[in-house]
Structure formats: C-alpha cells, structure tokens
Design a protein around this ligand. Structure first.
Ligand code: F6P
Length: 410
C-alpha cells in the first residue's frame, strides 16, 4: 500500500516527554513513532517537553529516522516546564496553541507522569487539543489501575514504564553493597528516589535489603524509637553483623531540635509544578544510628543511577504493548486517555489484550498499598515480593559464607 492510501495520510502526530527521565522513554518514543508511521502520520518530536512548544518552538522530524529505543533516557530531552505556570505577561497556552497551528500538529502524545499528563488533559479540556497520554515514572506512583491478583485478593497496583528497569538497578546496587557492608560490619543506609511513594525503594529487598523505610510511613518520635530497637535487634541477629537499610528520599523523619517530622531537602528551590528537591535523609538516619546505637553506619545515595542505563526487557515489551493501545485510541479518536496495563502480568503476557485506557483526568498519584508493607518489621510483605516477581528476574545475591575455624593458642 502506498503512503498516500494510509488512513492518517496528511496528518501529523507529535510526541513530547516531560518530567524526570526514565530508561524507557526512548523506547516509548520509538514504539509510538513506528505505529503512528504505519497509520500514515508524519511524526514530529517536540524538544524538552512543553518548553519545545513555547516561543518559536523546537520541533524535529522523527519520520523515517533511525531511533535507538534501547538507549535509556530521552533523545527528545525533557524539562519540568508547566504550560500553566506563566511568568508575568506570558501566556504559555496561547504560545502552545500557536505553535501547534504553525507546525500543523493534529495530535499530541505526551509521555509523562501526572504533572505532564495532567497539563495535557487540561489543554484537551480547555482548548480542545487532541492529546493521548503515555505513562512514565521510575517512582511507579502514577495511577494505572493495574490489578494484582494475589491470595484471593485484587490489589490495585501500578506498572509504569521505567519502573521495571529502575527496579532492577536498585536491586542490583543493593546486592553490590553487601560486600563492603559486610567487610566493615556496618549498617549501610541506602537512599533511593521516591518523593511520595516507596514502590521503588521497596525493590531493594530483591537485592537483599534487610529493612525499608518509605514515605507512606512517617518516622515520628515513637516510630523512630521502635525503629532503633529493631535496627539493634536485627543487627545483632544478622549472621555477618551487617545490615542494609533502604530509605526513600521522601521519608519524613522526626527532628529532635525542631520537634517536627519532616522530609529532608537538598535545596529550597521548587520546580514549576511546586516540587522541592529532596535528598540527604540517608545521612541523617545513618548519623542517628551511630549516635544512638554506637554502630558504625554509613549513607549511600543511589539517586540518578536508578534512572540511568539501558531499557530492560520488561520495559521494552511494556512500551511496545502500550503503544499498540495508542493505535487503538487513535483509531477511535479517544483523546484525553492514557493506555495502561489491566493486570499484573509476566513478560510473555504483555500484549494489547491485557491493556485498557484510563481518563487522564483521574490519574494522580498512588502510594504503596498497605498490603505490600509490614510496619512492624520495616519490610515488604510476601504480596509485594509476588508483585515484583512478575516484573523482574531474581537478582543473584553476592554471598560468601566465611566460617573459618578459629585457631586456639597453645
Ligand atoms: O520523577 C520523579 C523523581 O524521580 C523523584 O523521585 C525525584 O525526587 C525527582 O525525580 C528528581 O528529579 P530531578 O531530575 O528534577 O532532580
């Protein structure tokens, strides 16, 4: 069939990526681009998220260009530009409308979390811009209404592109930390990204983390007392006298000097969506463990490593499957929708049959469900381990049981 006979011949679809990057964004761009091309669209890329639709616009042609979807991050680049946060006298929405018209863009696919897709939905509702959202976040806290069947329960879980690759990195980094932690018989406090939710931090158990602190459970004065008792007990019980504690950057921690239970900020700056930069809680926790318990404790921030590196297999197929659903949405003119996975499935069951779409107006954030976390042990439950077993392979645990016989002096 010639290009002219294709259904959407003469139409243009543009893709943008906004917010924090993930290892699966290039894969999402490539998969959407390929399918849109098959439908006959000319495919454009908007550079740097919403920023690329301001001023004169920064638009590139992705049609028929080689594209490496396995390379992590986003070749379209990203920004946290908010179309609705205008500096004095600047009407960003008007600029976006003007550029969509100038570049003759008929449909916009917005790859993002709730900030980017929330803005897209508002543009659709207020200005009638045809948008389709595409999920992404390593934090995995974007509502996708993905059901996890476990032990006779239907748990509302989330599987967002970017999370499976990041989860593997976090688990792998945790498993690597074991050797140095053991060598010095320390308590290692590893900080993991996750502003509001502990989905990603909790994946560290797959790499052998002994305890996990998540934003869903604020560490109040009382909780801290209990935590220190548990640290001491678990450290003394541990075979090699060492402990790895994973802590989300967004954990609220009781501060004796202020009497408040608050997050630890890396900077007082906020982005255009009002988010402050977090960081440093691991140092605070490690410092208090040493002071209170006399144990040698250190902090290690995993930070941007979780976002970095290549797109892993599960993410590759997930983005491909969700892009299939985008085709369905385009064919039905179902704008203001975002494709999602219906139920938690293994790699080989990732197919369009298991997808649906949700209204972008009802996405928002979702914390780690209570059923996945045990507040008494500061650890994940079997239900969470089961959830993880669908999206990632077990991580080889580094172990060397060195029980050498002790030499007794004559
Ligand atoms: O996208 C969310 C996130 O991954 C958070 O976990 C983290 O706080 C934030 O990104 C950091 O983003 P930035 O790149 O702006 O430092």
């Amino acid at each position: 069939m010639g290009l002219d006979n294709k259904l959407f011949h003469g139409k243009t679809l543009a893709i943008l990526s906004g917010g924090g990057d993930t290892p699966a964004i290039n894969s999402s761009i490539e998969c959407v681009r390929n399918r849109a091309s098959v439908l006959g669209y000319k495919v454009y890329g908007i550079k740097q998220g919403w920023k690329g639709l301001l001023g004169d616009g920064q638009v590139v042609d992705l049609s028929f260009q080689p594209y490496n979807g396995l390379y992590g991050g986003t070749a379209l680049r990203s920004s946290r530009t908010n179309p609705f946060s205008s500096k004095e006298g600047e009407d960003r929405v008007a600029q976006i409308l003007k550029n969509l018209e100038r570049y003759k863009i008929d449909v916009l696919v917005t790859i993002g979390g709730d900030d980017t897709n929330g803005a897209a939905k508002k543009l659709y509702e207020q200005e009638g811009i045809p948008v389709i959202g595409f999920p992404k976040t390593i934090d995995n806290d974007l509502r996708t209404r993905t059901i996890h069947h476990y032990g006779g329960q239907d748990i509302e879980a989330v599987i967002c592109p970017g999370f499976p690759s990041a989860a593997r990195t976090v688990a792998r980094l945790t498993s690597m930390l074991r050797t140095t932690t053991e060598s010095h018989q320390r308590v290692m406090v590893m900080e993991v990204m996750g502003r509001d939710a502990g989905w990603l931090t909790a994946t560290s158990v797959y790499g052998g983390a002994d305890m996990v602190l998540i934003p869903e459970c604020p560490m109040t004065k009382e909780r801290k007392e209990f935590f220190f008792e548990q640290v001491k007990e678990q450290y003394m019980r541990s075979k090699n006298r060492c402990l790895i504690i994973a802590v989300s950057e967004g954990v609220r921690w009781y501060d004796e000097t202020t009497g408040k239970t608050e997050v630890v900020y890396a900077s007082s700056e906020t982005d255009e969506y009002g988010h402050a930069r977090l960081g440093g809680v691991s140092g605070v926790v490690a410092g208090e463990i040493t002071r209170r318990l006399g144990l040698d404790a250190r902090a290690q921030v995993s930070g941007y490593f979780a976002r970095s590196g290549e797109c892993r297999e599960y993410d590759r197929r997930l983005t491909s499957t969700l892009a299939d659903k985008v085709v369905d949405l385009l064919l039905r003119n179902a704008y203001g929708q975002m494709p999602v996975l219906n139920k938690v499935v293994r790699y080989n069951e990732l197919e369009e049959f298991n997808t649906s779409s949700i209204d972008m107006g009802s996405i928002g954030n979702i914390p780690l469900p209570d059923v996945y976390y045990d507040k008494n042990t500061f650890n994940v439950t079997e239900a969470y381990r089961d959830f993880l077993s669908y999206v990632m392979e077990p991580i080889p645990q580094l172990r060397f049981d060195s029980d050498f016989p002790v030499v007794v002096k004559n």
